[in-house]
Each structure stands twice: as C-alpha cells, then as structure tokens.
Design a protein around this ligand. Structure first.
Ligand SMILES: [Zn+2]
Length: 312
C-alpha cells in the first residue's frame, strides 16, 4: 500500500517534513492532530499516536491492518508467518505460554520433521538433547529459550517423578517457579520456569498437559497421498523470515502486550491458551484473523470428536 492510501483516510493531514505527516488520530476523539505518520526509505509506513492508541487500533479505525503498512512484496511474506513460532518472539509481552504439543499415535508420522520446522522459526530455540536436568533449570531461568523437548514419551508418559514435569506444569504462567536445593550447602533457590515449550511425543496426552496446550496431532501418510519432502523445500527464505520475526518483536512487542483479542466463546483455559496467538493473528490482520479462528473451530471439533470416541 502506498502512504497516500493511508493519508486519504485521515482528517486534518499536514506535512511536517520529508515523508512525515501529522493527522487526527481516528482511534480516539482527537481535536489537535496527534497521529504521526512516517514513510521509510524501504516503503514501510510507521504510525504513532501521541494520545497512546496502539498502531493496531489506529489502523482498525480506518479499515486497514498492520499488513497495509508494508510494501506489497514484503507483506506477502509477513502474512505467511506461522502464528505459533511468531508467538515465541512476543514471550516478554504475554502472561501465558501455551505448550505446543506435537504428537502422533505411532512412529513415522513426521513428528520430528514438524518439530524441526518449528525450531527454524522460534525465538532462541533450545533442544533438550544432551542437557542435564540441573542445566535445564538454569538455562530456562537465564535465557528464557523456546525449549524443544523431542521424544518425550519415555519420561512424559511413563515417569511421573521426572523433574521436567514441574518445569512444564509451573512454566505455563508468567511468574511460575520451582524450588531446588543448590550447591554444597544445599541452599534453597527458586528457578523461574516460564518460557515457550514445544513437546513432541508418541502416544495420548493427559488432561494436565492437554489443558495447558495447543495440540498438533499427526497421522501417517496414507497410500496414494502425495507430499513434498522437506529436503526439497526452498530454504532461501528461512533467514529472511527469521529476520522479519525478530523485527516484529522489536516493533510490536508493546502492541501484543496491550492486545485484548475477542475471546467470546472460549472457556477460561482455552482463552488463556489462545489469547497470545489470537493477538498475533490480529496483529497480522486481514485473512489471518479469520483463518486462525476457523482453525481453532475445526481443532476443537476434532478434539471433541476424539474425546467422544474415547469415552463411548
Ligand atoms: Zn489516538
């Protein structure tokens, strides 16, 4: 979109320098122009309301979305950002970190492949392979990584005493902590456990896990189904997409932190889990809002179907 298209929708527009304008903010009762508009050399447009409105609400008031602030070729990639990996970049602005569960009923359903793709795009990915439990608690506290726990069935479903359960259960909410004794004197120390987590396993989920998570349930490819192997994918865009996600964090962390997406129709747990993802979809705007809500509807139907089948 050109900046002209934005300016046409605003009142009392006046130029205040090269590629800079002031106008009345459409998102609040604005008498003296308090919306600043700036067009950057790369074609992106920045808007800022000195009255405190978010860019998102300013654009919504005039029927535009954040995507409209990007030049045409950019916003296509921008709109393709996967919601879940995108969410991990806003971890500093959210209060709930829904777990991403990637599970399959049997082997060879592509579980590790999905995890590897997710790993490419999340913020500060850290795989737990080769990391001791003690180191895991320390690294989560210090780095707030996106923790990727692959092949978790061996402990997640079979060993209730594994210490990683407390990391998962307490780390869903901001402020979550576990107490551990450290050092020769066994001094008590509280470790923060809040971070984004991806857990991949074979088997059924449990309620405590299910309530804190968004699940991708995989199945084996059927005879006759055609797929494009990931090794043939064009990877040249990966770095660009990561760079864009990092940039989104820089530009829109406050927007996400202040976002209040429409959660009507969600019960408390579901609202907790979906809120940050809906905020990201609302930020991306346009078709993504509808797409995510449609996806949630179909996932909940499948989930209900699965539960009905299990309980009957
Ligand atoms: Zn305003």
């Amino acid at each position: 979109m050109s900046v002209d298209n934005l300016l046409l929708r605003l009142d009392k527009v006046k130029p205040v320098g090269k590629c800079r304008w002031l106008a009345c903010c459409p998102a609040h009762a604005d008498k003296s122009p308090s919306l600043s508009i700036r067009e950057l050399d790369d074609g992106r447009v920045l808007v800022h309301c000195f009255g405190g409105c978010s860019s998102y609400s300013v654009l919504e008031a005039i029927g535009l979305t954040i995507n409209d602030l990007f030049p045409e070729h950019e916003h296509i990639h921008h709109a393709k950002c996967e919601r879940r990996p995108a969410f991990t970049w806003f971890i500093d602005g959210v209060h709930i970190a829904p777990l991403l569960i990637i599970r399959a009923p049997e082997s060879e359903c592509g579980k590790t492949t999905v995890k590897d793709v997710v790993q490419q795009f999340v913020r500060r990915p850290l795989s737990n392979e080769g990391v001791s439990i003690a180191a895991l608690f320390r690294v989560v506290e210090q780095e707030q990584p996106t923790l990727l726990l692959d092949d978790a069935d061996s402990w997640l479903l079979r060993d209730p005493n594994d210490e990683r359960h407390s990391l998962i259960n307490s780390g869903h909410k901001r402020g979550g902590r576990v107490l551990r004794c450290v050092g020769d004197n066994h001094d008590l120390k509280a470790f923060s456990t809040f971070c984004a987590k991806v857990i991949a396993f074979i088997g059924k989920s449990r309620d405590t896990l299910h309530n804190r998570s968004i699940e991708i349930v995989l199945r084996r490819k059927m005879a006759g189904e055609k797929i494009t192997p990931l090794r043939n994918a064009d990877r040249s865009g990966y770095d660009t997409l990561r760079a864009k996600l990092a940039r989104m964090e820089e530009d829109y962390l406050d927007t996400i932190a202040n976002a209040r997406p429409d959660l009507s129709g969600f019960d408390n747990r579901a609202a907790d889990n979906w809120e940050p993802l809906l905020a990201v979809a609302d930020l991306a705007g346009g078709e993504w809002r509808c797409k995510l809500r449609e996806l949630i509807r179909s996932m909940r139907e499948q989930d209900k179907f699965r539960r009905d089948v299990v309980t009957k």
